[in-house]
Ligand binder design. Structure first.
Ligand SMILES: Nc1ncnc2c1ncn2[C@@H]1O[C@H](COP(=O)(O)OP(=O)(O)OP(=O)(O)O)[C@@H](O)[C@H]1O
Ligand SMILES: [Mg+2]
Length: 321
C-alpha cells in the first residue's frame, strides 16, 4: 500500500524541505519590514500631520503562510487626510511621493509606482517591499478601503482583524492549519506552472480551510487533510457560500449574485471571491478532483515508485521522498 511508502511524516518533511519559507528567512524579511515601518514612525513623530498614518505587514509573511518561493514582502499603508486622491492611479502616485518624503535616504528610483501598489527596492540584500495603500478615515479598528491587487477596486476590509482571524485558527490547530495552507498553495503554484491562466487566490484557500477547520476537520494528518480539502472543493464546485461569525452575524450577510461566495470574515458586504467566474470555479473543481483522485491512487499504490508518481501529480516534480 502507498501509505507504507509515503505517509504523513513524508509530506511533513517535504513541506519543510521544499514548500515552507524557512524560519530564518521569514524572520529576516519581517525585520526588514519592521525597519521600514519604524522609519515611518520616526517621521510621523516629527511630522504628526503627515498623511501616511501607519504601515502594517500584511499578506502571507504576516499570516505565517508564506512559501519558499516568496518574492516580495506585502505591507499595507494607511493613507489618511482630506487631500488623499480617491482615484487609484492618482493614489498610487501620491503614495509614492509621500514615501519618498518619509524615506529621504532612498533614491527616487528605489520607490516606484506599480499598477496597484508602490514598490520599495533595497539595494543589495533583502526582498522588494510592495506597499499597498488603504484609504483610511480614522476608524478605530483600522478598517479602511484597501486597493485590490486583483483589479484596483477599493475593498472595505480590516487587515488587523484578518490577522487575528488567522491567528485564532492557528492557535486552535497549532502547526497544522498554517502547514496545510502552505501545502495547498504549493499545489496551486504547480497548477499555475502547468496552466498560467489558472487562478485560485491564496486568501480564498485560507478561508476555505478555516471553514473546514471550524467544522471540526482534523488537520494533523496531511494526506487526509489535503484529501478533505480537495473533496470539499470538488463536491461543492465552490458554489456553496462560505461565511464566518467572528465579527458579524450570518443574518448581516446580504444577497450576492456572484457564482463563488466566500464572504470576508470582517465585512459582511465584501465577497472575497467576487471576481471568480463560473468557468474559473469549474476549472478549480476539475483540478481539485484530479488531485483528490491522485491522492487516493497514491494511498493505494503498490510500489514506492507509483506512490511518488501520484504525489507528483499533486505537487509536481519537486515532490521526492
Ligand atoms: N478580496 C479581498 N477582500 C478583503 N481582503 C483581501 C482580499 N484580497 C486580499 N485581501 C487581503 O490581502 C491579504 C493578502 O492577500 P492574499 O491572501 O491573496 O495574498 P498572500 O497571503 O500574500 O498570499 P501569496 O503567497 O499568494 O502572496 C489577505 O490576507 C487579506 O488581508
Ligand atoms: Mg503576498
Amino acid at each position: 500500500m502507498g501509505t507504507e511508502h509515503v505517509q504523513h511524516r513524508d509530506i511533513a518533511k517535504f513541506a519543510v524541505d521544499r514548500v515552507n519559507l524557512p524560519k530564518d528567512k521569514a524572520n529576516e524579511y519581517r525585520a526588514q519590514a519592521r525597519r521600514l515601518r519604524e522609519k515611518l514612525d520616526n517621521y510621523l513623530g516629527e511630522h504628526p500631520d503627515f498623511t501616511l498614518k501607519k504601515m502594517l505587514l500584511s499578506g502571507s509573511l504576516a499570516k505565517g503562510t508564506a512559501l519558499r518561493s516568496l518574492n516580495d514582502i506585502d505591507i499595507a499603508c494607511y493613507v489618511g487626510g482630506a487631500d488623499a486622491p480617491q482615484d487609484v492611479r492618482k493614489l498610487i502616485k501620491y503614495l509614492a511621493e509621500r514615501l519618498r518624503s518619509a524615506f529621504p535616504n532612498f533614491s527616487p528610483d528605489q520607490v516606484t509606482p506599480q499598477t496597484y501598489s508602490v514598490k520599495v527596492s533595497f539595494r543589495g540584500s533583502g526582498l522588494d517591499i510592495d506597499v499597498v495603500p488603504i484609504l483610511y478615515d480614522g476608524d478605530e479598528n483600522w478598517y479602511g478601503n484597501l486597493v485590490s491587487q486583483d483589479d484596483g477596486s477599493f475593498l472595505r476590509t480590516c487587515i488587523p482583524r484578518h490577522l487575528e482571524f488567522i491567528r485564532k485558527r492557528k492557535t486552535e490547530h497549532e502547526t497544522h492549519f498554517a502547514q496545510v495552507i502552505r501545502l495547498v498553495k504549493f499545489w496551486i503554484r504547480h497548477q499555475k506552472q502547468k496552466n498560467p491562466g489558472f487562478r485560485f487566490k491564496s486568501f480564498m484557500c485560507e478561508l476555505i480551510l478555516a471553514h473546514l477547520a471550524d467544522q471540526g476537520l482534523d488537520l494533523s494528518d496531511y494526506p487526509e487533510a489535503l484529501q478533505h480539502f480537495f473533496t470539499y472543493v470538488a463536491r461543492t464546485g465552490l458554489r456553496k457560500q462560505i461565511a464566518f461569525e467572528d465579527y458579524y452575524r450570518r443574518s448581516a450577510i446580504g444577497y450576492f449574485s456572484d457564482p463563488v461566495q466566500i464572504i470576508d470574515p470582517v465585512n459582511a458586504k465584501n465577497n472575497a471571491a467576487c471576481l471568480y467566474t463560473t468557468n474559473q470555479a469549474c476549472e478549480i473543481t476539475d483540478v481539485a478532483l484530479d488531485a483528490g483522485d491522485a491522492i487516493d491512487a497514491a494511498l493505494r499504490a503498490p510500489t514506492k515508485q507509483k506512490t511518488v508518481y501520484y504525489w507528483q501529480k499533486v505537487f509536481g516534480p519537486a515532490f521526492q521522498v
